[in-house]
Design a protein around this ligand. Structure first.
Ligand SMILES: NC(=O)c1ccc[n+]([C@@H]2O[C@H](COP(=O)([O-])OP(=O)(O)OC[C@H]3O[C@@H](n4cnc5c(N)ncnc54)[C@H](OP(=O)(O)O)[C@@H]3O)[C@@H](O)[C@H]2O)c1
Length: 269
């Protein structure tokens, strides 16, 4: 059975003004979020940790996810990964994370070493679950074969313009989460006529319609990013919006295999 995961989490990527995440994480948790998504390469774990500490909520009630192994960060050896996770825990002001993802199956990712180290960290209690990110079915097959831990999640780009049907089916079949990043396509959903017309009828924003569509799919969770308190609340409220079968089918029809994050080192290239 798929493990417990609050289906709407706060994404926290930004390459400027990282300190803002103290306030944003605090605001999100106080507004009702219970899942926060960061990564070592976002260089904001320290601020995310301070936000969690400042919020009016116990650490055990927050599902905290971070990511390691990104091109050549932290490095290919077991000791590099162990050291980087120790550093993450210090910055996040906690002694465990609920989920540690392999950020990319690229660069210093070595399946046996990387996944073996994650198994070891899980046995030590520093991480509660093991996930991967940006993995395609072949990498998922290999990872599941190597890991002792059950694979908890695959975090990939997923929104109405890149619907990831194959990876969603894979997630449902193998009982893990597909965590959708860029769930509102970095704002591109606001220009869409189908989402626009549904949003008018439902008196909800296009962002909420895109999130509700993702949440209508089996085994899918979402991590929209926002630095605006209004948007943070608005995105969480999408969990109350249930789309009709007809609305879901209309959105199913607007896939155009449009990828926003398309790296040279990505497995699909
Ligand atoms: N694993 C990976 O390789 C990977 C890659 C990319 C992203 N991620 C994760 O996924 C998270 C989300 O993806 P993302 O940040 O790329 O894109 P996103 O969540 O699709 O879009 C974020 C953008 O949408 C705006 N926005 C959010 N809610 C809104 C609303 N209700 N109304 C209007 N605008 C809204 C935000 O601006 P405001 O701040 O003004 O609200 C921001 O500019 C990241 O933060 C990160 O945690 C992971």
């Amino acid at each position: 059975m798929t493990g417990e995961l609050p289906r709407i989490g706060l994404g926290t990527y930004s390459d400027t003004n990282r300190e803002q995440w103290i306030d944003c994480v605090e605001a999100a948790l106080n507004a009702g979020y219970r899942h926060v998504d960061t990564a070592q390469v976002y260089e904001n774990e320290e601020y995310v940790g301070r936000g969690i500490e400042r919020a009016d909520i116990d650490r055990e009630d927050v599902f905290l996810a971070t990511k390691t192994v990104h091109i050549d960060v932290p490095g290919p050896e077991r000791s590099d990964i162990v050291g980087s996770v120790k550093e993450s825990l210090e910055k996040l002001r906690t002694d465990y994370v609920d989920l540690l993802y392999v950020h990319w199956p690229a660069g210093c990712y070595d399946p046996e070493t990387t996944l073996g180290t994650l198994d070891e960290l899980r046995e030590k209690g520093q991480i509660r679950n093991v996930g991967v990110s940006n993995f395609e079915p072949e990498q998922l097959d290999e990872a599941r074969e190597i890991l002792d831990a059950p694979l908890f999640a695959n975090q990939v780009e997923c929104h109405p313009y890149l619907q990831q049907e194959e990876l969603r089916e894979y997630a449902a079949e193998h009982d893990h989460w597909l965590v959708a990043y860029c769930p509102i396509a970095r704002g591109e959903v606001f220009d869409d006529p189908v989402l626009g017309s549904i949003s008018e009828v439902r008196e909800a924003t296009e962002a909420q319609i895109a999130l509700a569509w993702l949440l209508s799919k089996e085994n899918v969770a979402v991590v929209p990013r926002s630095t605006s308190e209004d948007h943070i609340r608005e995105n969480l409220a999408a969990r109350e919006l249930e789309l009709t079968e007809e609305e879901i089918a209309r959105i199913d029809g607007i896939d155009r295999e449009h990828r926003i994050i398309d790296r040279d080192y990505a497995p699909w290239n």
